[in-house]
Ligand binder design. Sequence first.
Ligand code: DGL
Length: 270
Amino acid sequence: MAVGVFDSGIGGLTVLDAVTRRLPDLPLVYLGDNAHAPYGVRTHDDIFNLTCAAVERLWAEGCDLVILACNTASAAALKRMQETWVPKDKRVLGVFVPMIEALTERQWGDNSPPREVAVRHVALFATPATVASRAFQRELAFRAIGVDVEAQPCGGVVDAIEQGDEILAEALVRSHVEALKRRMPHPQAAVLGCTHYPLMESTFQDALGDDVKVYSQANLVAESLADYLIRRPEMQGTGTESKFLTTGDPKAVSNKATQFLRRRITFEAA
Ligand code: DGL
């Protein structure tokens, strides 16, 4: 049994770490499509094709269930994959819904009509493709009314992280937060809508100020996966070995992942 975790690059490792803490005995196969990152500046067709290819690679590892630990793929490709492409015996799940359920104080599967919630002014930080998809606003509108969302496309941040340039990533995060605050001076909550951004979470929090609650997805996704596997234990697949795969250069990706996650991670070629 193994579950697949996919991201365009190393950002999904933030989700993988949280899943490992929550489900320590579950083998996980991680695939980073580093050769094609960042996805956030690509067209939706391109993101769909790349994500399908990556998911097929994880199915070949015995992972019948694949988590798209990538908001860009979840926003731009997941709905189309589920509707037109995923076979009946496989599952592909995204990272958007657990975050929105937390923000709107809902349990899994609560399909009651949208209602007012505590939070009213939300800042969304995500890649240009995720912001353009408006998937966050669409999912939110199913569950909550009266929430004002200001979205900031954070161009360059994923690139800087993928290049291992923490100083540039930090400067870009600060300038994106400033740009957002010019349009929404006092957000109550900020959503880090890209799995790379928790790697810069302290910079986001610092630039936003202590009174802004920063929602980051990793623990929410881990919790929702644990819950899903209780309901669907047969989706744990046939793979038994944990591993880290990349379409990029394994040595360079291992070094970057080790730098950002602050523990040794060794990738092999996908
Ligand atoms: N970690 C991906 C996400 O959550 C990054 C997307 C990209 O490659 O631009 O959106």
